[in-house]
Design a protein around this ligand. Structure first.
Ligand code: SF4
Ligand code: SF4
Length: 432
């Protein structure tokens, strides 16, 4: 017996010039457009517990991660160094993009469709407009974000399909980081176009962001939040890299959409079951005013670090692999089956030193595999120093030379602050 479609969502085709597609939303999966949210709680947490960049908030494990990666995948070092050099001028441009002046003179015309067409022509796969939401700005970046750009243009650039299916691998890292590099010149051209229309811009990403982006993509109707913590967009799921251009251009906002993903993930849970680190929580919780599946960072980073950025949760997602339309059509036609679930085609992955894992099989790790420093690097170094000092006191004069300990502490602290310039795994932001 088939299920019923409760709604149909019409979206532009996958590539510029393609026909629009119609995606059925199964009746039993309908909930609400975008993401279930309690606005007052979002405001409360944003005010009392401001968001911070992971590169700062978890900088202790970022440093650890760099060292571990050198040990586990030395072949990746040259790759990352090259990527860093490629990105250097792009990141510098992104950071200073807010200083660029408009080139033309604005008219009263609504320029939404002009900008959308230009972005699609350039190759962006999803383009949407919403308000620049100040709740999603990192605390340390608040002084730098312009307060006079009320709108957000959300842009998703698809990464290579074939290479992504080889996750985790250096080939997949190549398309992941290559897509960041591609974003640079595309945004330069798009923002020049917007400036020619007479408007100001400020760019968030790649590799240097003012804050988390997914909430604004969801508000702009470009997808919904998956259980893997990623944006599931209609054509390529999470196989995309995201950017936002803040602007004062005269635009009209898109609306959030219910594609059925919020409930679909509760039926699917493939990413939850396949995560090698058991880092994804099966049930949704309310967190910072939003209902979502939480990722346990301390179980994810050790896997990402040792296995080429991991990303199994992206690879095994049926929306990423097959697209939303076939997945939802299959769900309706088969009375609730998840396309690809239980098959090697969707669920299989390989870890370099452990071999292949098909459906139902997961790797095991020694207990100390997940040991890593937590929190901010400076706090961690200070805590280590304090513990050593206390141990020394117990030894009552028989311990280490305290001057040497102090010097060691100082050099670690300096090294750690310098290290913030470098982004680490999965294209996380730079700390400064
Ligand atoms: S990146 Fe890997 S370890 Fe982290 S949540 Fe995804 S599947 Fe799990
Ligand atoms: S794998 Fe399934 S549960 Fe996970 S994000 Fe994709 S659709 Fe949602």
């Amino acid at each position: 017996m088939a299920k019923k479609a409760g709604d149909y969502v019409e979206r532009p085709g996958r590539k510029f010039g393609d026909d629009p597609v119609t995606i059925p939303v199964p009746e039993d999966l309908m909930s609400e457009p975008g993401i279930p949210q309690r606005d007052r709680d979002v405001s409360f947490f944003s005010r009392e517990y401001p968001l911070e960049n992971m590169a700062i908030e978890e900088s202790a494990s970022a440093e650890w991660s760099r060292e571990e990666r050198e040990r586990f995948t030395p072949e990746s070092i040259e790759f990352f160094n090259e990527h860093y050099e490629t990105m250097e001028p792009i990141v510098e441009w992104v950071r200073t993009s807010g200083e660029l002046e408009p080139i033309g003179t604005p008219t009263d015309e609504d320029v939404t469709e002009l900008i959308r067409q230009k972005a699609l022509e350039l190759g962006y796969g999803e383009v949407g407009f919403t308000r620049n939401d100040p709740h999603y700005v990192y605390n340390t970046r608040k002084p730098e974000i312009r307060k006079d750009l009320p709108h957000a243009i959300c842009l998703a650039l698809e990464q290579d399909y074939r290479k992504t299916q080889t996750i985790p691998s250096m080939e997949a890292e190549d398309t992941h980081f290559g897509t960041y590099a591609d974003q640079g010149p595309l945004t330069m051209e798009l923002t020049e176009f917007i400036r020619t229309l007479g408007y100001n811009v400020q760019v968030s990403g790649p590799t240097w962001h003012y804050g988390p982006m997914i909430p604004m993509f969801v508000a702009a109707g470009l997808g919904q939040l998956g259980a893997n913590g990623q944006l599931l967009s209609p054509h390529f799921g999470s196989r995309a890299r995201l950017q936002i251009v803040y602007t004062d251009a005269n635009v009209t906002y898109d609306e959030p959409i219910d594609y059925g993903i919020h409930k679909f993930c509760q039926e699917c849970k493939v990413c939850v079951d396949r995560c090698p680190g058991r880092a994804l929580m099966p049930d949704k919780v309310w967190y910072r005013g939003v209902e979502k599946n939480k990722l346990v960072f301390k179980r994810c980073r050790p896997v990402m670090t040792r296995y080429e950025g991991c990303g199994v949760c992206m690879k095994v997602c049926p929306i990423q692999k097959y697209g939303m339309k076939p997945v939802m059509e299959h769900y309706i036609a088969t009375d609730g089956e998840i396309l690809g679930k239980g098959t090697d085609n969707l669920e299989g992955f390989e870890l370099s030193d452990k071999g292949y894992f098909g459906p139902g099989k997961l790797p095991s790790f020694k207990r100390d595999f997940f040991d890593m420093p937590h929190g901010r690097a400076e706090d961690w170094i200070l805590m280590e120093f304090r513990n050593k000092l206390m141990e020394n006191k117990v030894k009552n004069g028989d311990g280490e030379n305290e001057d040497l300990m102090w010097e060691d502490f100082r050099s670690k602290m300096e090294e750690s602050l310098e290290g913030r310039e470098v982004s680490v795994d999965m294209g996380m932001d730079r700390g400064i």
